[in-house]
Design a binder for this molecule. Structure first.
Ligand code: FRU
Length: 509
């Protein structure tokens, strides 16, 4: 790599970069129901767009190696967000003396041919950052596709926005119907600013306004998006949310702002220094929503930044796609994210009836093995559980667990709730594999004590996502279970717990 660019992918991965020569295959950690590239490195999701029943997922990809570099747009499609068809690289880097890499961006369906490039109603236009290396510069590019998004032609007059800046990236574009124009949100990463532009044709862009610095400014801002979301439990109330990835200083981090957008500028409802966290794990990043979804659906997906542990022949994966909404809380409106309903509705079918169900199971001092019949073997499962945890108790599940002949635990990952501190946590200190040791424990403090706690736990071999109380909080991380570490137990210390209901779908293949 000629130069380490000050973007997240490079800043956070010194250990990964040194370990990347590793070529030991790791099929045991390849997720079953999450997106991974067939081979090589991936980072951010790009160009998410839904067309005629097909979800397109473009992604930052190195077509040649299992490490960051040669950034191009990889491509995959799916009809159900679970099974992905891997397609050829859609937008490759431009080689030459000033090699330009294709950084993150979005794709839109230009059904009314506003660009003049469209030969049919299904033409896609990609809007992305051209990252020129020599001299170093970032500016915004566009490219169009008349073959269903398989290949793209770059506009001969690129770039379409050029501020002559070293850092200026990650345009997120969609049709702003009330104003009848394309709206772009893009960031000046080092200045901690989001800029809004408008365009009638995706080629000529006019600056509307700037937002920031506000919220968390301890590291570069990247991958912004603006979205209008429904408020749960109301008839028609909607609010605007601006999401910004900002990692480096305090680790992997995405923040969001709740407010209003009048077609020109975003106004934050909260004081300037309020910092709202999107995900409490150590890996969720660069998330963006699908464009052109049917009315009322707001589904997005994030990149899970690889831990130091090498995987081969792929590196990096996407989270489970998540549905977004807002919920009124005593502290104001907060973002709610749940696994996409399109996927949860398929669980019975995907598990082929391999399920585990429990009701009203009391857990005391003694750990309770939950899988006596080996129903969850494979470490690829999805659990929904409701627990009543006594005040002061610390309770939950021990997953990917391995015990020796004497019944002593060798490996495990704990997903628990500590009622005294009101924290839902993941404890990876006995997980196995090379994890980020500073973040062995990850936790979120709930706003109110949870006598009845709802946990949704998605284990997919090496990927772990925990959703709390129907989307109130999410924690996303990696674990690397050794062979045979696939037991599941429930525990409760310092007080009793009742598992009111539990259902687990085994999704291993
Ligand atoms: C975020 C990011 C983006 C950039 C891309 C480059 O992970 O740094 O800002 O466009 O990755 O691969």
């Amino acid at each position: 790599m000629k130069k380490l660019w000050p973007s997240l992918c490079c800043l956070l991965l010194p250990a990964a970069l040194t370990a990347q020569t590793e070529t030991t295959p790791t099929p045991q950690w390849r997720p079953v129901y999450h997106f991974t590239p067939e081979k090589n490195w991936t980072n951010d999701p790009n160009g998410l767009v839904y067309v005629n029943g097909v979800y397109h997922l473009y992604n930052q990809q190195n077509p040649f190696e299992n490490k960051w570099g040669h950034m191009s747009w990889g491509h995959a499609t799916s009809a159900d967000l679970i099974h992905w068809k891997h397609l050829p690289v859609a937008i490759p880097e431009i080689m030459g003396s000033d090699t330009t890499w294709r950084f993150s961006g979005s794709a839109v369906l230009d059904k009314d041919n506003t660009s003049g490039w469209c030969k049919n109603g299904n033409c896609l236009v990609a809007i992305y950052t051209g990252h020129q290396q020599n001299p170093a510069k970032e500016s915004q590019f566009v490219a169009y596709s008349n073959d269903g998004g398989i290949t793209f032609t770059n506009y001969e007059k690129n770039p379409v926005i050029d501020l002559e800046k070293h850092d200026f990236r990650d345009p997120n574009v969609w049709w702003y119907a009330p104003g009848k124009y394309w709206l772009m949100t893009v960031v000046l990463p080092t200045e901690h600013k989001a800029l809004f532009y408008r365009s009638p044709d995706l080629k000529s862009w006019t600056l509307l306004s700037e937002f920031g610095p506000q919220g968390y400014t301890g590291s570069n801002w990247e991958c912004p998006f603006l979205i209008r979301l429904p408020v749960e439990g109301t008839k028609n109330e909607k609010k605007w949310v601006l999401v910004i990835s900002a990692a480096g200083g305090r680790g992997v981090f995405e923040q969001y702002f709740v407010g209003d957008f009048d077609g020109r500028a975003f106004k934050n409802d909260n004081p300037k220094d309020t910092v709202l966290t999107l995900d409490y794990g150590d890996t969720y990043y660069a998330a963006i929503p699908w464009n052109n979804l049917p009315e009322g659906r707001h589904t997005y997906i994030g990149w899970m930044i690889p831990n130091p542990q090498p995987t081969f022949p792929w590196r990096g994966q996407m989270s489970i796609p998540r549905d977004l909404s807002l919920r009124q809380t005593p502290n104001g409106l907060r973002l709610i994210q749940r696994p996409a309903a399109v996927i949860s509705n398929q669980l019975d079918e995907l598990s082929h009836g391999r399920t585990l169900a429990l009701k009203n199971l009391r857990i005391g001092k003694k750990e309770a093995a939950l899988d006596k019949n080996g129903k969850i073997k494979g470490n690829a499962w999805w659990m929904k559980a409701t627990l009543t945890v006594a005040p002061g108790a610390d309770a939950g599940f021990k997953i990917a667990q391995e015990k020796d002949a004497a019944g002593r635990t060798i490996h495990e990952t704990i997903v628990g709730y500590d009622a005294a501190s009101r924290q839902v946590y993941i404890d990876r200190s006995r997980t196995g594999g090379d994890i980020n040791k500073d973040r062995a424990r990850q936790a979120v403090t709930l706003q109110a004590p949870a006598r009845e706690l709802r946990l949704e736990i998605l284990l997919d071999r090496s990927s772990l996502e925990v959703f709390v109380n129907d989307g109130e909080a999410a924690l996303t991380t990696y674990i690397y279970p050794v062979e045979g570490a696939d037991q599941l137990s429930a525990f409760s210390q310092n007080g009793k717990t009742v598992i009111r209901q539990l259902k687990l779908w085994n999704l291993s293949r």
